[in-house]
Each structure stands twice: as structure tokens, then as C-alpha cells.
Design a protein around this ligand. Structure first.
Ligand code: PDD
Length: 283
């Protein structure tokens, strides 16, 4: 748990960290967020995360709670005050406090809260050695999944259903049988030609920061990447499958709906990408 949180201008013990009941984040999930991995006290891909946060705010016509410079300072200070080496920074901006009415308030001050907790990256790496099982779930989300909104009810229901089915993550599937992304991750397969396939960010998914990083790492390793949708059947017959996210880094998937992917162990391409991603973080 984060011991010290940042709440609208103050650093406070988490036990005393509150927002108003009329905050539109609480009332309507009228908010956006980011999750940033901290590795050895350094924020991984901070600038792309801030770019995405500003884009999310712009898309929802939400004012920024502060400029980027001060926000970087707040985040560094949170890492320091919580004495975090490997951790996860959570940032949330909402439209602020206003009398409940669906339409935007004429005036409100955006609310900004941030926390930083420990993240066991050695544990993440250990999990990647064995790989994970996942379960397909229908993607019942809205048409603006490019916005990193705190409105995550379909995502949490899918994740819970996957957990109840014995999976670590839900693989969200659209009405045509194509994989969109995970409930909190981006999905990839490795085809029999050794090509990486992942859905295009133009196709109603979140533009994952880890996805972009792994794409550029793959290019450096001369592994071909195609940004194209793949179906559940393609995934089931793929050579390999893996997911990416800030908290899971690159994570091999060895089982989909109880069926083995490849030989049921992490494949060579995913293993190489896990290594390369940790090397990138440790650089
Ligand atoms: N989830 N897709 C969805 C729907 C996500 O919520 C996330 C991130 C990702 C991966 O994005 P990134 O590589 O930038 O972490 C993809 C975060 C970790 C969360 O909700 O906690």
C-alpha cells in the first residue's frame, strides 16, 4: 500500500487521503488515469505516459490539474517519500467537484491524486519464466477505448470472470471473434513465420506504452511486427502468445481457455522480448 499519497496539492498519509463525495470521478467515473512502472527509482517511459494522459484529458475536454513540469516533480517526490525502488505509480485526474449533473459543470477545478506502491518486478520476471493461462471474455466496452478512462467496469468484470475460470488475464474478444486486447493489457501472437501480430491502435484499443516499447525493441531485434487483428482461432494455433503492460512487462501466455499455446511453455520469441524489456528498464 502507498504510505503517502498526493491529493490536490498535499502529501498526506494514505489513511487520511480523501476526495469529496461530489467529485465527478466518484459520481460518474468522469476521470482519466495512468499507471507508471518504477524500476530502481526511475520512472519507465514517463514522457509517453504523460503524453497519453494529456491526450486522454484533451479527448474528454478536461483541464489539466497542473503543468507537466510540476507533475514530474510530484511523481518523483512520491517515489522518494514512499521509499520505493521497484514500484507502480498511479495517477488520476477527474473533472473535479460539482453538484451532480451529467453535463459538464460550468466551473470545476480538476482533481489530481497520485499514489506509489511497491511492485515485485522480480516476481513478475519469475512468473514470466513459467508463463500464464488466460481466458477469453466478450469485449462489452464502449467505442472510445483509446481514452484511458477510470470507467473500467467492463474491464473488471472480464478480469474477474477470467480469474474465476482459472486465468490470470481476460482476453477480450469482439463480435467477429477477433481479440481486441486484455482487460488491462495488450495482446500479441507470434505466427508460424515468426512475425509478431498485435491489433492496431486505430482499432478501438488502448495505445499501450509497453506495447509501443516492445514494438521498438522487436524492430531492433529484427523481429517483424504487423499491426493487424488476429482471431481467437489464430491465437489458438499460433506459435506463441504474450501480453504487455506496465505491471506485467512482457508476459508469455501458455494456455488459452484450457488449450496449450505452442508446446505449452513460453516460446523463444516471447522469452527474448522479456529479457530485452528488462534490459531496457535496467539501462
Ligand atoms: N493497464 N490495455 C488496457 C485496457 C489497459 O488498461 C492497459 C494498462 C494496457 C497496457 O498499457 P500500458 O502498457 O501503457 O500499461 C492495455 C494498467 C496497467 C492498469 O489499468 O492498471
Amino acid at each position: 500500500m502507498s504510505r503517502i499519497a498526493y491529493v490536490n496539492g498535499s502529501y498526506v498519509p494514505t489513511a487520511d487521503a480523501f476526495v469529496h463525495i461530489n467529485d465527478r470521478g466518484f459520481q460518474f467515473a468522469d476521470g482519466v488515469y495512468e499507471g507508471i512502472t518504477v524500476r530502481r527509482k526511475q520512472m519507465i517511459d514517463l514522457e509517453p505516459h504523460l503524453d497519453r494522459l494529456w491526450r486522454s484529458m484533451r479527448e474528454l475536454k478536461m483541464d489539466a490539474p497542473m503543468a507537466r513540469g510540476p507533475m514530474r516533480i510530484v511523481l518523483r517526490e512520491l517515489i522518494r517519500r514512499n521509499r520505493i525502488s521497484d514500484g507502480f505509480l498511479y495517477l488520476q485526474v477527474t473533472r473535479g467537484e460539482a453538484v451532480r449533473d451529467h453535463a459538464f459543470p460550468e466551473f470545476s477545478i480538476p482533481s489530481f491524486v497520485a499514489t506509489c506502491r511497491r511492485l515485485n518486478l522480480a516476481g513478475v520476471r519469475a512468473r514470466a519464466t513459467g508463463g500464464i493461462a488466460v481466458s477469453t471474455q466478450p469485449d462489452i466496452r464502449w467505442g472510445r477505448c483509446d481514452v484511458k478512462s477510470t470507467s473500467l467496469l467492463p474491464n473488471i468484470l472480464a478480469k474477474q470472470a477470467a480469474r474465476e475460470a482459472g486465468g490470470f488475464e481476460a482476453v477480450l474478444v469482439d463480435n467477429d471473434g477477433y481479440v481486441t486486447e486484455g482487460s488491462s493489457t495488450n495482446m500479441w501472437i507470434v505466427t508460424h513465420n515468426g512475425v509478431l501480430k498485435t491489433r492496431s491502435t486505430e482499432d478501438n484499443i488502448l495505445a499501450g506504452i509497453t506495447r509501443a516499447r516492445v514494438k521498438s525493441i522487436a524492430k531492433k531485434l529484427q523481429i517483424q511486427v504487423e499491426e493487424e487483428s488476429f482471431s481467437v482461432n489464430e491465437a489458438l494455433s499460433a506459435q506463441e502468445m504474450f501480453l504487455t503492460s506496465s505491471t506485467s512487462c512482457a508476459m508469455p501466455i501458455v494456455e488459452l481457455d484450457g488449450q496449450k499455446i505452442g508446446d505449452g511453455t513460453p516460446g523463444p520469441v516471447a522469452k527474448r522480448l522479456v529479457e530485452a524489456y528488462f534490459d531496457f528498464m535496467d539501462d
